[in-house]
Design a protein around this ligand. Structure first.
Ligand code: ATP
Ligand code: MG
Length: 776
């Protein structure tokens, strides 16, 4: 029976799940749920397939059903066993399991043939001698009925004889077809005597030369579903008009209920991506990319090589939602999920993309000092560190030095100090140039009192990454950008194709980069965050010990921007993307002056302090200008909790605003108020509220609707949490022992694990309390 636990107490996530739940509740499918994922093995799986996979496998999982993997291999010309294998590999990597349910439509050729004979005998199918073009001409148009083929009224006996001879190979390709005899005046063109079989004398990768007639999609698909006793046959919207035919064939064969039914949802369109195996095949065959697994390809294999995680792809696929309206999804949503997952999975290390040599003149030559460098920042509940060698000669990022820096350049410049991450503060004393005037070396001195982690420290504004010159490893780094330069690559001028939309700069290869030695013998395909640069993975194909190759998976958060530094006086080599956080906004002085000049702002400030009891800082930030206060007050109308609204506006929303400020947000104060209300009421956790805010800032939407669609309700069920906690503790016996022997700092680690399993949905206070009880 259906195991419906996850959907019982909340509304179904989407309309297809609602149908499945309703069918089970009304016993329309004999208590079973069976879905299928039916790819044609004529290419590699892509991110669009991932949406269909997540839906079909997800429904099977959630409702205690099964999901079949069926290769829809009825077309001999383009299919290949290498694609069958690649698709299975990619599905497994994504984390889906079809168990024993692996099927091939080509195994059903005999059954389909027998059923076709049955339709001929019943006068419901006939052999037609018209060719493709004639069939099209006879079919009529949406406004005109079709006219019958001169062969439409052949007797069943004659049809049986001709069909048997088609199968026996007596006729050449295209000489005859088998058609269903339905209705040439149907308003649905699919019903105007659709073709069921065509003749192709071609070798099939599985059936060899056994067959020279092949079933078309509509005839093969629904009948395959019936053979496998699929309950919900889910396909994309283009097949909406095929549904009538799907049902007609099942009726004509007398297949009784419970039998398969077709449901359609919108296919995924992702910006800067083509989503068709045929187009991807051209990119591969014509050498625009290095293969199906080129990291720029939106294939599962390409995304794997690029460093995406299975979880990030699954989370993305679930987050885009299932609807009946086609829409394009922004690439940033995919990248958001990649970063979100990698933040907890990819340890931080240091790599210098464009090295500039620095000699630390007061550091002894020949000495190697091993500094302890944590892999994780404080806000990630993970432990671990590695030794990083510090020496007299190091490399820093060329871009982190400027001879004539603009005002807010907090990195290295002549006479200025900067902190070397995990190491010391250095000051630049001298700049060495070659005859062409290019900077080739910096001479710096270090302050031995400033080693990171050594107690009280003086502060400097900037921190930069670096590696030891002698102890680091050479590395090749491949910086990938979008494969296409247009959001919709098919939207090109007359006479152009999607190939004209290719981005000529989608790959930049750096061959002089240097990386810290800790990574030297890590296994292939290890993921890292290169500090300040982005997420990277060792290339699974080309990287070798001693000749490491890294692929950039994704840059750091795109809410970070490059500092708008004035261009350097002198032309420099092409720069890497080094993101630096830009803090927007005004100074508190400027805000005070604005209030002095505008009595309405001053009035608000007083009122927010007196009536709403806001802190000075909150009141101050909300009176930057009238628009901010307007938004605040309008949000109060939908959730009258001034301190919560102020808090969430100032701490979360403010930092997410784009250049257009509040006016450019794709949602209004009412939606914002609703979001804060959901968090205040404990329907969602504070972290999830931030995640929802990310989505709202990106594409608008109602928070309550996003919560339901993405299944983000806070998990407050202590029984469910207890069982997750048991699992986490069982998986980490050594950490449990360490905690009990006094390393109570590990509480954060356990919290992190529980949050990961629940995808951030657990109520953190409750988790903490339960963990403390359990570990006591
Ligand atoms: P392609 O044009 O890439 O070959 P297709 O639909 O012909 O796409 P199939 O191998 O027949 O590819 O597809 C297998 C399943 O994946 C089908 O159920 C199809 O509906 C689904 N699918 C394919 N592309 C997408 C997409 N972009 N979004 C959602 N589902 C998709
Ligand atoms: Mg196809």
């Amino acid at each position: 029976m259906a195991n419906n636990e996850t959907t019982d107490n909340s509304a179904p996530r989407d309309f297809i799940r609602a149908i499945v739940a309703d069918d089970l509740a009304n016993n329309r499918t004999g208590g079973r749920v069976a879905t299928r994922f039916p790819p044609e093995p004529n290419g590699y799986l892509h991110i669009g397939h991932a949406k269909s996979i997540a839906l079909n496998f997800g429904i099977a999982q959630e409702f205690g059903g099964v999901c079949h993997l069926r290769f829809d291999d009825t077309n001999p010309e383009t299919e290949d066993v290498k694609y069958v294998e690649a698709m299975q590999r990619d599905l497994r990597w994504l984390g889906y399991d079809w168990g024993e349910h692996l099927y091939f439509a080509s195994d059903y050729f005999e059954q389909l043939y027998d059923w076709a004979v049955q339709l001929i005998q019943a006068g419901k199918a006939y052999v037609d001698d018209l060719n493709d073009e004639e069939i099209r001409a006879y079919r009529g148009t949406v406004t005109e009925p079709g006219k019958p083929s001169p062969y439409r009224d052949r007797s069943p006996e004659e049809n049986l004889d001709l069909f048997a001879r088609m199968r026996a190979g007596e006729f050449e390709d295209g000489a005859k077809v088998l058609r269903a005899k339905i209705d040439l005046a149907s308003p649905n063109m699919k019903m105007r005597d659709p073709v069921m079989y065509r003749i192709r004398h071609a070798h099939h990768y599985r059936r060899g030369d056994e067959w020279c007639i092949f079933p078309l999609y509509d005839w093969a698909h629904g009948q395959s579903d019936a053979i496998e006793r699929i309950t919900h046959s889910i396909c994309t919207l283009e097949f909406e008009n095929n549904r009538e035919l799907y049902d007609w064939f099942l009726d004509a064969l007398g297949i009784p209920e419970p039998r398969p039914h077709q449901y359609e949802f919108a296919r995924l369109f992702l910006d800067y991506t083509v989503m068709s195996k045929r187009k991807m095949l051209r990119l591969v065959n014509e050498g625009y990319v290095a293969g199906w697994d080129d990291p720029r390809m939106s294939t599962v294999a390409g995304m794997r090589r690029r460093g995406y995680t299975p979880e990030s792809i699954r989370n993305f696929a679930n987050a885009v939602g299932v609807a009946r309206v086609n829409s394009r999804v922004q690439f940033e949503l995919l990248e958001y999920h990649v970063r979100n997952d990698l933040n907890y999975k990819a340890p931080r290390v240091m790599c210098v993309l464009h090295p500039l040599k620095v000699v630390i003149t007061n550091y002894p030559a020949g000495e190697v000092e091993w500094l302890n460098a944590p892999y994780w920042p404080h806000d990630v509940p993970k432990e671990g560190s590695r030794p990083v060698p510090f020496t007299r000669e190091i490399f820093i990022e060329r871009e982190d030095f400027m001879e004539n820096p603009p005002h807010k350049f907090h990195r290295l410049s002549p006479g200025q100090e900067v902190r070397l991450r995990h190491a010391y503060i250095i000051r630049c004393d001298e700049v060495i140039k070659n005859e062409e005037g290019e900077i080739v070396e910096l001479r710096c001195s270090y302050d031995p009192e400033t080693r990171s982690g050594s107690g009280r420290q003086r502060r400097v504004k900037g921190t930069i990454h670096w590696v030891s010159a002698s102890e680091s490893q050479p590395a090749e780094v491949r910086l990938y950008d979008r494969l296409f330069s247009k959001p919709n690559p098919d939207d090109v001028a007359e006479g152009e194709t999607f190939l004209d939309a290719l981005n000529p700069n989608s790959l930049e290869v750096l061959t002089n980069s240097r990386i810290e030695p800790s990574v030297a013998s890590d296994p292939p395909a290890s993921r890292y965050q290169f500090e300040r640069l982005g997420y990277f993975i060792t290339d699974a194909v080309d990287s070798r010990p001693g000749a490491l190759v890294f692929n950039r998976t994704v840059t750091l958060r795109d809410t970070w921007e490059k500092v708008k530094a004035e261009p350097e006086p002198k032309a420099e080599e092409k720069k890497p993307h080094v993101p630096v956080k830009v803090v927007r906004g005004t100074s508190s002085d400027a805000r005070r002056r604005a209030r002095e000049a505008n009595p309405a702002l001053a009035e608000r400030y007083e009122r927010y302090r007196q009536r709403y009891d806001l802190s000075e800082l909150d009141a101050d930030l909300l009176t930057v200008d009238m628009a901010v206060g307007d938004f605040f007050e309008a949000a109060l109308a939908s959730h009258p909790e001034p301190r919560s609204i102020a808090n969430f506006m100032n701490n979360e929303l403010q930092g997410r605003l784009g250049d257009g400020g509040y006016a450019a947000l794709p949602f209004g104060p009412a939606e914002f108020g609703e979001l804060v209300a959901l968090a205040d009421e404990g329907v969602i956790s504070a972290n999830i509220a931030k995640e929802i805010l990310d989505e709202m800032v990106e594409k608008g939407g109602r928070p309550s609707e996003i919560v339901e669609r993405r299944g983000l309700r806070q998990l407050d069920d202590s029984e469910a949490l207890r069982s997750i906690i048991e699992q986490v503790l069982a998986d980490n016996p050594d950490k449990v022992a360490a905690y009990r022997s006094g390393k109570t700092g590990l509480l954060g680690f356990f919290m992190g694990q529980v949050m990961r399993v629940t995808q951030g949905k657990a109520n953190p206070q409750l988790v903490q309390q339960l963990l403390k009880e359990r570990l006591a």
